[in-house]
Every structure is written in structure tokens, then in C-alpha cells.
Design a protein around this ligand. Structure first.
Ligand code: ATP
Ligand code: MG
Length: 345
């Protein structure tokens, strides 16, 4: 059993379906006797409305103190408006690795027995936000430009994390996903660093192969079982992790952990789902699986496994499922079924 000392952790409800799925997670974690003592803070559009700042100082201070957060989705306006609070949080706490497992929980779907681990570089590449327009004649937006930056050090950091994590979890292979044929510098540095690091330090400990991102996308759909652990740069990881979520039942089933040296933030891969917000329809499983990752992170493996087992039994034995999974349950009904499962032992 895990120790009974309470672990302070920041809790952010977020936007759209955020408050609904975060309440579900709080209820489930409570039933589980989770070790976390929540410090509730705001971010995203909710914080913009309440405090005029999508990432208030109080929220940053809280995470600085707890070094641990469970977070609902934060809305980012497209085009203009403020910069993504998700991206700012990753930068603020140097959360360099985004760990996104995709595992089949409900058998009999289009793809069975999926067990993929996607590790996405979280700080560099085309996400750094160096973007601008160039004016020609009287059109101020005649040309749009973006700069991507990948550093040797950043590549080493994420690749070392990927190799070490894959080895620690007993996984079979690491696939390095790139586009070095076109972006010869920007993603060539990632590929080269991987090949060198593998040859020098990992070739006797785990297999590695490399693949171009477009071919990877196709092969993930044709035969996902040929992959095991994938590691890639920021934008490709963003896109491929939605793809791998699709392989296991959609965004409602895909959790993610943002890992840094000084903090870790756990969240669902999906966004704020404004189309179903406030209707009690959202599937909280992705956030609950993120909470399980958070329990693993603080080494409460037994609780993490109990949570995953309760999710599995609720979906497959009790067959209580939300609408995105073809079921009839609302968020609350599904949460109650989960709590009942946990209390049964
Ligand atoms: P954002 O801009 O915040 O990313 P979005 O419009 O891209 O929002 P997503 O949250 O990425 O929306 O969701 C895409 C689709 O998947 C939507 O139709 C949404 O309803 C659905 N979806 C996402 N998450 C869930 C969930 N947890 N439960 C049920 N449906 C979901
Ligand atoms: Mg989205």
C-alpha cells in the first residue's frame, strides 16, 4: 500500500467540458482514496473572464509550489487573441516531454489490442511561436512566415527520455519519426541525434528504427501493431497523437502527461469540446487515465492500477459508456458507475 501522506497538487477545471470532466475526476479520485490534496486554480478562457489573464500568477505560483497538476482543457482562440495557455505552461515549467499512451480498452473495435506509446517533444520545433507577416504594397498580410527551432540539446533531452522510458517500461522498440528528406535541418538534427545516441548508448538495450512522418501516418492506420514506442518532434507529435487516439476509440480515451524536471502536468489530449460543453455528455475517461498516469508518477502504482481496472470493468463488464463510445450514459452516470466499481474493490 502507498503511504497516507497527502500530496499537494494543483487542479485546473479549464474551459468547455473541462469543469464537468474535472468534477468527475475529483469524485473518482476521492472514491479511490487518492493521495492528492487539491489546490484549485484557474486558467484559460475561464481565467481570462474572471481575472483578465488566461494564465494568472496565482496558478503559476501554485504549480511552482506543488510541482504537480491535473488540468482540464484550456481554450485557445484561433488566429488572433491570446497565446495558448497550454503552450505557455509547457514553456514556463520546461515540460519537455509529452507522453501519450494509446491502449485499447474496449475490445472488438476497428483496431484491437493497440498498445502504443507516443512521446512528443514539447518545447521546440514549429511551436515556438516565431511567426509574422510581411507587407507587400498595401497588403499587410501578403506573406506569412513561421520559424521552427530544434536544438541539439533539446533533441538529446527528449530522445534520452524516450529511450530510458521505453527501456524502463520493458518496451520492444523506439521508432524515430521525422521529415528529414524535406526539412533537412529542422528535423535532420532530430534524426541524426537519435541515430548517434542509439549507436553510442542504447543499441544493446533497445531496438530503434526511423520513419518519415507521412509514411508513419499511413502505416499507423494500415498496421499499427508494427509500432511500439514512437518519438517525434512537436508538431508531428501533436498530429500523430490525435491519430493514435483515433485507433483506441477517439479523443475521449487519450491521456497525456507533460513531464519536466521541475513539474509535471497531466491532462486529456482533447480540447475543450465546445460543441458538447455544459450538456453532461462528455467522456471523462481521458482525464481519468491522465490521473492514473499522475498516480504512477508519484509512485502510487497500486491506486493507478485500481483506477485503470475500474475504468475497464465499467466500460466492458457493466457496459456503461458515454455517447462518443456509442453508449447512452452521461458524464454523471458513468462517473457513478465508476465510483461504484471502485467501492466494490
Ligand atoms: P479546442 O479548440 O479546445 O481543441 P475543439 O473544437 O478542437 O476544441 P476538441 O475538444 O479537440 O474540440 O474535440 C474534437 C471533437 O471530439 C468534438 O466534436 C468533441 O465533441 C469531441 N470530443 C473531444 N473530447 C471529448 C470527450 N471527452 N468526450 C466526448 N467527446 C469529445
Ligand atoms: Mg482540438
Amino acid at each position: 500500500m502507498s503511504s497516507s501522506a497527502r500530496i499537494p497538487a494543483t487542479l485546473i477545471a479549464g474551459d468547455g467540458i473541462g469543469p464537468e470532466i474535472v468534477e468527475s475526476a475529483v469524485a473518482v479520485m476521492e472514491a479511490l482514496g487518492s493521495p492528492f490534496e487539491w489546490d484549485r486554480q484557474e486558467a484559460g478562457a475561464a481565467a481570462m473572464k474572471a481575472a483578465g489573464d488566461p494564465l494568472p500568477a496565482a496558478t503559476l505560483d501554485s504549480i511552482r509550489r506543488t510541482r504537480l497538476a491535473l488540468k482540464g482543457p484550456l481554450e485557445t482562440p484561433s488566429g488572433g487573441g491570446w497565446r495558448s495557455s497550454n503552450v505557455r505552461l509547457r514553456e514556463e515549467f520546461r515540460l519537455f516531454a509529452n507522453v501519450r499512451p494509446a491502449r485499447t480498452i474496449i475490445p472488438g473495435g476497428r483496431f484491437d489490442n493497440i498498445d502504443l506509446l507516443l512521446i512528443r517533444e514539447n518545447l521546440e520545433g514549429l511551436y515556438i511561436g516565431h511567426e509574422h507577416y510581411v507587407q507587400i504594397d498595401d497588403d499587410p498580410h501578403a506573406v506569412a512566415m513561421a520559424t521552427g527551432i530544434n536544438t541539439r540539446q533539446g533533441c538529446r533531452h527528449i530522445l534520452e527520455y524516450a529511450f530510458e522510458t521505453a527501456i524502463a517500461l520493458g518496451r520492444k522498440k523506439v521508432t524515430v519519426v521525422h521529415k528529414a528528406n524535406i526539412m533537412k535541418a529542422l528535423t535532420g538534427i532530430f534524426l541524426e541525434t537519435a541515430q548517434q545516441m542509439h549507436a553510442e548508448r542504447y543499441k544493446d538495450r533497445i531496438a530503434m528504427d526511423t520513419i518519415i512522418v507521412d509514411a508513419c501516418a499511413m502505416k499507423l492506420v494500415l498496421n499499427p501493431w508494427q509500432f511500439d514506442t514512437l518519438v517525434t518532434t512537436n508538431l508531428f507529435g501533436d498530429i500523430l497523437s490525435d491519430l493514435t487516439a483515433g485507433l483506441v476509440g477517439g479523443l475521449g480515451m487519450a491521456p497525456g502527461a507533460n513531464i519536466g524536471a521541475d513539474a509535471a502536468i497531466f491532462e486529456a489530449v482533447h480540447g475543450s469540446a465546445p460543441d458538447i460543453a455544459g450538456k453532461g455528455l462528455a467522456n471523462p475517461t481521458a482525464l481519468l487515465l491522465a490521473a492514473a498516469q499522475m498516480l504512477d508518477h508519484v509512485k502510487h502504482h497500486e491506486s493507478a492500477n485500481r483506477l485503470r481496472k475500474a475504468i475497464d470493468d465499467t466500460l466492458n463488464v457493466d457496459q456503461v459508456r458515454t455517447g462518443d463510445l456509442g453508449g447512452k450514459a452521461g458524464t454523471r452516470e458513468y462517473t457513478q458507475a465508476l465510483v461504484a466499481r471502485i467501492k466494490q474493490g
